[in-house]
Design a protein around this ligand. Structure first.
Ligand code: SF4
Ligand code: SF4
Ligand code: FES
Length: 258
């Protein structure tokens, strides 16, 4: 029979009706392969049905279960008890809601303003190129395709935004910048003026300090800072035509990592 682990969760609670915040401690005995979402469900069933938290897919695909565990932003549905014990070297875990968004209740935050930033980055093709003639196809190099696939694995969990050290209030944030950058290199995009205005504007790349904290915490292991560096490499060009040329060059031969 699998050994049980006695763990302690110190969970930051907030009751919007009473406008009261407090930290509540729960002691549970759980198997090592239980995920933290399972642990919270167990607490709901056995100790406290009022504890509020959020999840949806439970397969690290929707980004709804991001919280801070011992200060690190991560996905609750991906964190196994045995991995948490070895990763943090403790059986005691402090759970807090993300700080980048207003708390609605306990571990649940309102991400609507965070999503507004992603929308401001226009995470889609602004002006698509004419479709290829019938039977033809848009061409993209295998290397660029690999990068494109990596960047579009982002699930908007906002862990990178939580870890980001940029203090500028208007900064779009790493995941929004990532979404804009990948379209900069998309062979189907033709509007480089607007894309450049988003990326190199006041709330864009000039606010990034190249700390790489975003890459460090990404649960999908996307090297967000690498994509930011790609976009910055295009920024030297001050004239739109030069930006276009630079973007074309990157489409052919994007810089290597590291
Ligand atoms: S590299 Fe830039 S976007 Fe990423 S965490 Fe650092 S400041 Fe934020
Ligand atoms: S880049 Fe990674 S950490 Fe940031 S939102 Fe996307 S999946 Fe989450
Ligand atoms: S519940 Fe969907 S990412 Fe965790």
């Amino acid at each position: 029979m699998e050994a049980l682990h006695a763990i302690t969760l110190k969970i930051h609670r907030y009751d919007p009706d009473r406008k009261k915040s407090w930290v509540q401690t729960y002691h549970v005995k759980v198997g090592g392969v239980l995920r933290f979402t399972d642990v919270l469900r167990k607490i709901n069933q056995e100790q406290d049905p009022g504890l509020a938290w959020m999840s949806s897919c439970e397969h690290a695909q929707c980004g709804s279960c991001s919280v801070l565990v011992n200060g690190k932003p991560l996905l609750l549905c991906e964190l196994l008890v045995q991995n948490a014990i070895s990763q943090f070297g403790t059986h005691t875990f402090t759970l807090q809601p993300l700080h980048i968004a207003p708390v609605l209740r306990d571990l649940i935050v309102d991400l609507s303003r965070a999503y507004e930033r992603v929308n401001r980055a226009k995470p889609y093709i602004i002006e698509p190129a004419a479709p290829p003639p019938e039977g033809g196809e848009q061409r993209i190099s295998p290397r660029l395709m690999e990068q494109y696939v990596e960047a579009t694995r982002c699930i908007n969990c906002f862990c990178c935004a939580e870890a980001c050290i940029s203090s500028h209030r208007g900064f779009l944030g790493p995941n929004a910048i990532l979404a804009a950058t990948v379209r900069l290199f998309d062979p189907r995009e033709t509007d480089f003026h607007e894309r450049a205005a988003i990326l190199y504007g006041e709330d864009g790349l000039p606010r990034c300090h190249t700390s790489q904290a975003c890459s460090f915490v990404c649960p999908k292991e996307i090297d967000v800072a690498h994509f930011i560096a790609l976009a910055k490499a295009c920024a030297y060009a001050s004239k739109p035509e030069e930006k276009k040329r630079s973007a074309r060059q990157n489409r052919k031969d994007p810089p290597r990592r590291g």
